[in-house]
Ligand binder design. Sequence first.
Ligand SMILES: [Zn+2]
Length: 171
Amino acid sequence: MPTTKDQRPATRIGYGFDSHEFHPGIPLRIGGIALPHDQGLGGHSDGDVLLHALTDALLGAIAAPDIGTLFPPSDPKWKGADSVVFLREALKRLRDAAYAVANVDACLILAAPKIGPHAAVIRTRVAELLGVHVDCVGLKAKTPEGLSQENAAVAHVVVLLEKATKPRRKR
Ligand SMILES: [Zn+2]
């Protein structure tokens, strides 16, 4: 049998889930984008449910500790924090593990606001943050039919990583 120095898997998958409750009078951020709405998502940091699920998917793919372990919600330091900080930490760990993002696919579940008109700008921003082409970022939005979660936003994200063949350029 041929032996190779690098026996890591060529690809790895990751999955992330997150949910936050809507509260009046705070800004709504989804996918690193401020969306016009009369309510925002409370809880951890800026409540960016999509970036949190994405961060957890990336961390999970390399079996790193999850977002709540790395950035405890009980730590006042993270109150109102820009969730891009968490994503960047996950991406740093990915680079250290010599993996790169192949593609991501996300599903948002929320009653309002409508995501359709903002989907392109969210996909573009997420692609920019990940350093991948926008065609490598899938985003679907669903309304919570029969789920009785009108006051919450939920995100599910899956990612595929591939072994980085050469050091990635910072974009
Ligand atoms: Zn969260």
